[in-house]
Design a binder for this molecule. Sequence first.
Ligand SMILES: NC(=O)C1=CN([C@@H]2O[C@H](COP(=O)(O)OP(=O)(O)OC[C@H]3O[C@@H](n4cnc5c(N)ncnc54)[C@H](OP(=O)(O)O)[C@@H]3O)[C@@H](O)[C@H]2O)C=CC1
Ligand SMILES: CC(=O)N[C@@H](CCC(=O)OP(=O)(O)O)C(=O)O
Length: 347
Amino acid sequence: MTRVRTAIVGPTGYTGFHLIDLLLRHPQAELTYLASHRDELPDIREEFPQLLGRLTDEQAVCRPIDPDTIADVADVVFLALPHRAAMSYVPRLLDAGLRVIDLSADYRLADADLYERVYEHPHEDLANLADAVYGLTELYRDQLPGAMLVANPGCYPTAAALGIAPLLARSVVQREGIVINAASGVTGAGRKPSLALMFAEQNDAFGAYGKIGGHRHQSEIEQTLGRVAGQAMSLLFVPHLLPVDRGILETIYLTPTQQDVTEEELFEAFEDAYADEPFVRVRENLPNIKHVVGTNFVDVTVRLTGPAEQRRVVVFAAEDNVIKGAAGQAIQNMNVVFELDETAGLM
Ligand SMILES: NC(=O)C1=CN([C@@H]2O[C@H](COP(=O)(O)OP(=O)(O)OC[C@H]3O[C@@H](n4cnc5c(N)ncnc54)[C@H](OP(=O)(O)O)[C@@H]3O)[C@@H](O)[C@H]2O)C=CC1
Ligand SMILES: CC(=O)N[C@@H](CCC(=O)OP(=O)(O)O)C(=O)O
């Protein structure tokens, strides 16, 4: 049986923790190296006592980010780092012969000019950007086997793209005027402390955040859906911060191309697209973050509303931001890259 040796750079963050947790449950993965940039290298069990008893001493102690040493003991490295930091390591990790699954945004936008506008600094690794595979597994599965560099999608873009793509592909909704109203748990903002994320600021609070109409995930969603539609897309994405640890719910408003479309036809688009997808559940009931947290599933459903002359299509999509939105999808991608069972370690 194939075994994949895995390393994580950035294990002290939230996605790093969930990668460790999932890899320790994976029947064909071995966790061989945790790499940290800290001067004083941490024992990961002190950062996350949940891991006590689950790691050997050798596995638990973080080591320096040294590509050649990592390549001696691992086949693939997961980068659970902030954007910009990730691309500063990728060229050396690839040169050392490692496959890289990057959870940051550094290799998601294929157009370097767009990256520079959205992330407000130039892309520093154009050579590898050109070769990266965008790892929204359900849409790009064919490009993943053997890939050297996978750009794992953003959490919001995963749910949004899976919630809209089947309808666009069938041309049952218009490309124009799409609005995505999204709410995320606080782990979506990462583990780095900030005033806005303190308990007393977030508890019992609920509101939109960021520059409305200018969130960086808007461009990522437009890129994915533009490829599905075969034409450039422009939509509106509005994120909200929900005072829970984990979970994303997106409510997506669209306009049908034909006013006489039926709800059955809309469901059919989802059912046909996802009939063989292990991690997309097309539901009749309205999705809820409670139904998906702790899993690699995205739950989706659709409704048709309004009088005949004013029809609206409303899609609902729910996922766990740190699992299907990050660590789980990264492992799903690893499974496809190494041609393992796509669901290994994730069910
Ligand atoms: N959280 C989520 O729901 C999702 C996150 N992502 C993306 O995944 C990546 C990781 O996110 P998340 O785990 O939440 O982030 P965290 O802030 O929780 O963790 C970031 C990690 O990166 C390390 N780090 C920071 N700067 C550097 C550097 N310059 N060199 C090396 N290591 C560094 C940190 O180490 P230290 O502890 O020492 O600071 C920590 O281990 C990000 O790009 C994020 O945008 C994607 C989808 C969802
Ligand atoms: C709640 C929250 O703050 N969410 C983050 C997005 C999550 C994420 O990590 O996205 P990237 O991988 O693209 O950085 C945000 O809105 O910036």
